[in-house]
Design a protein around this ligand. Structure first.
Ligand SMILES: C[S@@+](CC[C@H](N)C(=O)[O-])C[C@H]1O[C@@H](n2cnc3c(N)ncnc32)[C@H](O)[C@@H]1O
Length: 329
């Protein structure tokens, strides 16, 4: 703010600025400003701003075409951004055990049932793509079985798919939802650091995964297809990159008759914005995997302990589930 705020002084200031911006340098400056990407309208910080680490916002600009994320330097950058996370910054979706033996209870308890959950798929020396790892209990389990892990989850400017109940605009709820997902992803990184995991993660679209992530022996879809607007598209993208087997685990919907090949849309009929799009019969998953060229099908049934509605004040209940494995050969 100038000391002398009179009209003559202001006119002089404006003339000087206009002269400075005129001509070639002015045009160059204008071009540069025009070519800058617009700022996202709203920004949510998913990692607390205190501490020494940089904040990790959603949305934020991805690396060009989402490429280069598996480079060690890029993974180190992601880890550094989350280096000062504390347990209170995290939402542990899975019941999780830390290196000091302590346990945090999550809405889903997979402990001791991981092998059944994954259909007893062989993991040793396999390169595995885990779609939607949440807080990463299975990431660590598969790693402990000898797998080289790469996870894919939403991030940068890609959000989870919210079902627009009654035609409502989901952009506001999406912002809030991504705060919650950010806390679940914080938990993935907290465990990653605590358990000295070598797993890598890429963020982006499950419908158009980064082109440079390579091929995998196995791809896993643990309780994620129900959350996807376009589940077949996601399976198809994974199939293109998978040489051995795809593993799909879902909750059994008692409203679907046994032996049926049905898929139900919006099975919860929730009157709120929901992230549950579908429930699948085991047969429907088998048919989709066969359609994608995975003909060696095995389907198994099991259950998991779950706090319904993620309400930790209620006792955990057994939830019946199934796992379909489709094999190339
Ligand atoms: C219900 S959790 C499943 C966690 C774990 N796979 C398991 O089986 O226990 C769903 C996971 O899928 C991710 N997810 C949901 N929608 C997604 C989308 N459109 N693209 C990528 N990941 C998505 C969520 O962020 C979360 O990590």
């Amino acid at each position: 703010v100038p000391d002398r705020l009179d009209a003559a002084h202001l006119t002089h200031q404006l003339r000087t600025t206009a002269a400075r911006l005129g001509g070639r340098s002015g045009r160059a400056l204008y071009q540069r400003i025009r070519s800058m990407p617009p700022l996202p309208a709203q920004v949510v910080h998913v990692v607390k701003s205190s501490g020494t680490a940089a904040r990790v916002p959603w949305p934020q600009y991805p690396p060009a075409n989402y490429l280069g994320q598996l480079a060690d330097e890029f993974q180190a950058k992601l880890a550094l951004e989350r280096a000062d996370l504390e347990r209170s910054d995290c939402d542990f979706y899975h019941t999780s055990t830390f290196s000091d033996g302590s346990v945090v209870e999550g809405a889903w308890d997979l402990r001791g049932r991981e092998d059944a959950y994954l259909g007893s798929i062989a993991l040793n020396a396999r390169r595995v793509l885990e779609l939607g790892p949440a807080s990463g209990h299975l990431t660590r389990y598969m790693e402990s079985q000898g797998a080289e892990m790469v996870c894919l989850d939403t991030g940068f400017d890609v959000s989870n798919d919210l079902l627009p109940y009654d035609g409502i605009d989901v952009s506001g709820p999406t912002m809030q939802y991504m705060v919650n997902i950010g806390q679940v992803q914080n938990a993935w990184w907290y465990l990653h650091r605590d358990l000295r995991s070598a797993a890598k993660v890429v963020y982006g679209s499950i419908y158009d995964p980064p082109r440079d992530i390579g091929t995998f022996d196995v791809a896993t879809f643990g309780s994620i297809l129900l959350h996807l607007r376009n589940p077949f598209n996601a399976l198809e993208q994974a199939a293109r990159r998978t040489t051995e087997a795809i593993v799909v685990t879902e909750v059994i919907d008692p409203a679907i008759a046994e032996g049926s090949d049905a898929i139900r849309f919006h099975p919860t009929r929730s009157k709120e914005v929901s992230q549950v799009w579908w429930s699948f019969s085991p047969r429907s998953i088998e048919v989709m995997l066969e359609t994608l060229g995975f003909h060696g099908i095995s389907t198994t049934f099991h259950s998991l302990l779950h706090h319904w509605g993620h309400d930790m004040s209620q006792p955990a209940q057994e939830v019946p589930m199934y796992t379909v494995i489709g094999r190339r050969r």
